[in-house]
Design a protein around this ligand. Structure first.
Ligand code: HEC
Length: 221
């Protein structure tokens, strides 16, 4: 009797150790929102927070207008740059290089650039925590030169974690949009094409019936 339950117990202990080790590298699969409100909140975060160090070379300020950011807000973000300039980092790349030892990468395609895509991005932003020595580390990219911008490693409680998580989701939602600004239009176009094909099919069936009715009326030859 005893033997029978010892083996499964040992096996399950072993596998949970293995799982705990693996869990360190697993990306957070939190669902990233796609609604406009999140994307717009994310735009604000990226323009005002991430924009200090990162640019988005494939997104111009006028694209933000098209997205639905109010004109005054876009004007405040772009300063004296024309509407058709790409979103540039506030810090010059040379200064960033001097400060961090590396130029912060462009964020235009970041949501699709890494394995795990948007889940990588979210997990990276949320991945900072203090190690045993009290140094801040990122569990996804241990030696990253980017500081813990959203402050997740210093979150005092679950409520604060949740707030920071919501911000990270919005940021990821916006960067998802940035990586494929016409994705929504394409989906909508797809629906119209389906409706068109459906109607065409019905018309063709009716037409075919019309023709064959005449043939039937003629009777056998
Ligand atoms: C103070 C400057 C600074 C700010 C602000 C900043 N970053 Fe970074 N970021 C960096 C630097 C420097 C790197 C390069 C890290 C490296 O390669 O070690 C980086 C790298 C990254 C990477 C790439 C990680 C990888 O896998 O290579 C992502 C994604 C990123 N940042 C996202 C963001 C987002 C989103 C924000 C806004 C919430 C942000 N960053 C704000 C400095 C900054």
């Amino acid at each position: 009797m005893k033997k029978h339950f010892l083996l499964p117990l040992l096996l399950s202990m072993f596998s949970s150790f293995a799982l705990a080790n693996e869990a360190e590298l697993v990306l957070d699969q939190t669902k990233i929102p796609t609604d406009k409100a999140s994307v717009l909140r994310g735009a604000e975060q990226v323009a005002t927070v991430c924009g200090a160090c990162h640019g988005l070379k494939y997104i111009q300020y006028r694209n933000l207008l098209e997205l639905g950011v109010p004109k005054e807000t876009v004007d405040a973000w772009r300063g004296d740059k024309p509407l058709n300039t790409a979103m540039q980092p506030q810090m010059a790349p040379a200064d960033a290089q001097a400060a961090f030892g590396v130029v912060p990468p462009d964020l235009s395609l970041m949501a699709i650039a890494r394995e795990g895509r948007e889940h990588y991005l979210y997990s990276y932003l949320m991945g900072y925590k203090a190690n045993e020595k009290g140094e801040i580390e990122n569990r996804i990219f241990t030696v990253t030169k980017m500081p813990d911008i959203l402050g997740i490693s210093g979150a005092a409680d679950d409520k604060q974690r949740e707030e920071i998580g919501a911000k990270a989701k919005d940021i990821t939602a916006f960067l998802n949009w940035a990586a494929d600004p016409h994705g929504e239009d394409r989906k909508n176009l797809g629906i119209y094409v389906m409706i068109y094909l459906f109607i065409m099919t019905i018309l063709l069936i009716l037409w075919k019936k019309q023709i064959w009715r005449k043939v039937d009326e003629m009777g056998p030859v």
